[in-house]
Design a protein around this ligand. Structure first.
Ligand SMILES: [Zn+2]
Length: 376
């Protein structure tokens, strides 16, 4: 198996190296989100140039269109999308719960209607594992039950119970496939749930640890609760997870929060924020957010972020970017996304360096101070 996770430095925050069949991922790492096998507005060439070592793709979207069978027939997701580096796929559960219509959750799985054409589907733990094996992602996630927040305690407790049972079935399906077919060239991660209840989070983690996943994710957080609660719940979980295995906090976060999660022992994070915000003319910079549509940038000849070394900041002015957004030019999304993804990946480079030099807390408080000050 071409997988390993080597922790090089660990003092709360961890500096590690994740080796996959599609290359090495230096961690802590941020995963740009490539929903439908595409990080919106970026080519794979651009992602490589930006230094992305791993991206996330959404199982729900690829299962519905173009279909996992087609992707398997074309040689798997890496070949299909011409991305040679690592890919993590989610289970599809989160999108089923947030996008699809008429979903019905039973112990068997989630029955839902496609948001594309209304067709009916059943996503089970086994099916989610099967689809991700067909896609051939390096890291696959088990199906978990996502509940609406804030959740009452009994609903959160029931979701933890179901999540564990589904994880058991997904693990069994995966290991049965592996014993039939040999090395599957994929790592399957469990997902800890438990909403904002510390004891449920701990219980969920303990139950999943028994299933012996090679890595663990923390799910169902950063969905509207205060940042302090997100951190508190994350800390409850990471305290119980085995130090030699990777930890992935799903769906975070804002630029100034990334170091907070890393300091709690998180190795991987993903979020649509840098790409989605870019398309809405919100640029993240070393001095805070720049809302580039603002009239004050109409004649501003400075780059988006004078401290940024990305190809956009080296070449284009704020005035030009503002004009592109005002004119509805496609290039606006391309340039803004390029900068924002560069900014996020650069934060991660700085975080990794700060861990090595032992000054992550200083880096983190400086980021928070800059972002508290608001846009320049
Ligand atoms: Zn830039």
């Amino acid at each position: 198996m071409n997988f390993s996770f080597e922790v090089k430095k660990s003092a709360g925050a961890r500096r590690a190296r994740l080796t996959t069949p599609h290359g090495v991922v230096e961690t802590p790492a941020f995963l740009p989100v490539g929903t439908a096998a595409s990080v919106k507005a970026l080519t794979q060439e651009a992602l490589e140039e930006l230094g992305a070592e791993i991206i996330l793709a959404n199982t729900y979207h690829l299962y519905l269109r173009p279909g996992h069978e087609l992707i398997r027939n074309l040689g798997g997701l890496h070949r299909f999308m011409a991305w040679p580096r690592a890919i993590l796929t989610d289970s599809g559960g989160y999108q089923v719960f947030s996008l699809s219509e008429l979903r019905k959750v039973t112990d068997q799985g989630v029955r839902f209607r496609s948001h594309l054409d209304g067709s009916e589907h059943l996503l089970t733990p086994e099916k989610a594992a099967e689809v991700q094996l067909a896609l051939g992602s390096d890291i696959a996630m088990v199906l978990d039950e996502c509940i609406e927040t804030p959740a009452p305690r009994d609903a959160a407790e029931a979701a933890v119970k179901r999540t564990t049972e589904w994880a058991r079935r997904a693990r069994k399906y995966f290991l049965d496939c592996a014993s039939r077919n040999g090395d599957l060239a994929q790592w399957q991660f469990g997902i800890v749930q438990g909403a904002t209840f510390a004891n449920l989070r701990r219980e969920s983690a303990r139950q999943l640890l028994e299933l012996d996943f090679p890595g663990y994710a923390v799910g169902g957080l950063a969905v509207g609760e205060p940042h302090a609660i997100t951190c508190e719940m994350t800390a409850e979980v990471t305290a119980l997870l085995p130090p030699e295995r990777p930890r992935y906090l799903m769906g975070v976060g804002r630029p100034e929060q990334l170091a907070d999660y890393v300091s709690l022992g998180i190795d991987m994070m993903d979020c649509v924020l840098p790409t989605r915000a870019a398309r809405h003319a919100c640029l993240y910079t070393s001095e805070g957010r720049v809302l580039i549509r603002n009239a004050r940038y109409a004649q501003d000849q400075r780059p988006v972020d004078p401290a940024c070394s990305c190809t956009v900041c080296r070449r284009y002015s704020r005035a030009y970017l503002r004009h592109l957004f005002a004119a509805g030019e496609i290039t606006a999304a391309i340039l803004a996304t390029h900068h924002n993804v560069h900014f996020y990946l650069d934060i991660m480079r700085q975080i990794r360096e700060a861990i090595e030099f032992g000054n992550l807390a200083k880096f983190s408080s400086a980021m928070h101070a800059r972002y508290a000050a608001g846009p320049s």
